[in-house]
Write a protein that binds this ligand. Sequence first.
Ligand SMILES: [Zn+2]
Length: 332
Amino acid sequence: MAWWRIFSFVLAMGSGAIASVAAKPVPPVPVLVAKGVWTVSGGITPDRQPDGNSVIFDAPGGLIVFDTGRHVWHRNAILALAREEGKPIAAIINSHWHLDHVSGNPALRAAFPHLRVYASAAIDGALAGFLPDSVRQSEPYLNDPALPAATRDDIRADMATIANGPALRPDMTVIGSHSLRIAGRQLMVRLAANAATAGDVWLYDGKTRIVVTGDLVTLPAPFLDTACPEGWQRALARITATPFRTLIPGHGPPMTPPQFALYRHSFDAFIACVGSSEPKTVCAAAWTEQVRPLLGDDPVDGKRAQGMATYYVEMLRANRGRSKYCAAPAHH
Ligand SMILES: [Zn+2]
């Protein structure tokens, strides 16, 4: 099942009465979360693929953009902020190569040709495997008359992004965990190998005590499509060890330390349940119940959590507890 299919199936479950209405995406507006730090939230629009959250840091040399979203309106919100602040975008940091986090890279670079992209090397493996695979798997669906027009638009846009895939690659490859001065601002940049993807980048800003996790933390469920759960659990332990005050996840609203502790506990319990003989719907229901305090007011979120978690139990069990894209050596 291709990357976008999961979301289509989950969104179809959630859209219900509004499914027949052409969903007009609401363009995100940057929100100031600390002095010199903004978020551009990635939403979930019915029939659409998601955008990851972006976090923008003000730095002496310009703006640092953590993740660039998928849709045109998401990247436009980032560009509008740069215009408003009268600052260039000096750097992009990509948490990982999933298209809801990197698709805006070329447009931002077109606007600011001098910017530097920091990311792990994992996109090279994806450009050779997962991404062309997903194009092949998606093609037949484009001719399906039941496919909503917005979903078709998104698939076409993703295909164009993948066709231009080398433009997503980093200028500066993150190969370990370091304190880096980027555009004159000191940031702790951390690499988690074999977690949500083969190489996930997250960062801690000591000045504001904000930690930005990319898809190591997502609601309504962890997106386990390319995951090595063991490495992911280790990364969550390292996040716990930072003295953060606010955590900005890859999807969903910011979290306090106790909220993240609940997320991590629920994640560990979910992975343990995957490894047990409990029915998949039982594991999914336990996840949904545990994270319910973290979900928004939208009652659809609980249904999405249940639907996604059920799917991921099955997907992980089909491949001995990890995604088939996990290349880490197995521990027994
Ligand atoms: Zn994502």
